[in-house]
Design a protein around this ligand. Sequence first.
Ligand SMILES: [Ca+2]
Ligand SMILES: [Ca+2]
Length: 380
Amino acid sequence: MRTSLVALLPLILLACSPDNATGQNSAASAESTKPFKTSIIADFDSPWAMTFLPDGRALIAEKAGEMVLFDPKNGTKIPIAGIPQVDSAGQGGLMDVVLAPGFAKDGTVYFSFSESGPGGKGVALATGIFNQASDGTTKLDGVKTIFRATPYVEGNGHYSGRIAFSPDGKYLFFTNGERQKFDPAQDPKSTLGKVLRLNLDGTPAAGNPLAAKGFHPAIWSYGHRNLLGIAFDKDGRLWEQEMGPKGGDEVNLIKPALNYGYPKASNGDHYDGKLIPDHSAHDGFEAPKVWWNPVISPAGLLYYSGNMFPEWKGSLFIGGLSSQSLVRVKLDGETAAKADQWDMGAGIREVEQGPDGALWLLEDGGQGSQGRLLKLTPAR
Ligand SMILES: [Ca+2]
Ligand SMILES: [Ca+2]
């Protein structure tokens, strides 16, 4: 008798909980275990990237090829004219948008997108000058494409196309995925499956480490798969995350001239079941600092430098698509370790840091939404 009463107690308590009346009890208790509060700020069609302007407004890139000026203060969304034709089939889209190091002076914005061209499709890098008229009309002026992946190939997968500037503002790092073609990641003449280092005008930077060996002059590192995030840490190290094959998602520390292995080495294996040798010491390939099996499907990457979450200063944050999660990786010099993985209930495409140090996320298709903009602030 006593035992069954004890067993009933949680049910009685649950029935008495005021939260349960609204059906929100389980969501509320799950939320309470997170160290952050999640606020829903806006709803977009299929947002893939965002970046904050110095005044707190944000540029949002929609997969289908629209760029939007969004003001979190009042929720206004203004379409930005001047974006070239985007081929958004499959994994294609308007990939990334970032401000130039000199944005405050000249208004230059860099963005990447997939397009059709000779040979098939590929990822391109473009610039334009942000211009808002007094009536609010907004456009990118003088848009020009300054770099294109080579070669363009058939298919709609693994474009990558993420952008980061070196801390000194002199160089632009650009990721080119291997387009689901595997071997181009090891091909010295192709930019596919590579991290590239470019001048700000899109030309290959002088002194790239493999040019003298006959590689494409833009190549900085190679042997990559689908690189959906690059970010510099406060000491100038370049971190990269990529969607690996089955069981092989990676965070890598990118160093010049190194071969990161794909498709010759990976801790995962091909999705068709074909084995890929795991990374091992002295195999000539640079092993990941962190890897996931099962995979998380990493999308946006952020190096957190804010003060709102002081305990997370110096961590990497990764949006997880298939894992529907926000992932934190703790950095210590050249080492990295898994720290947290929070269920977000929707794939997370992009992670950004707001001017006040809040974390901002873009969902990649949520329940009842194609993609919401979320703001994370400390739970207390
Ligand atoms: Ca971004
Ligand atoms: Ca393997």
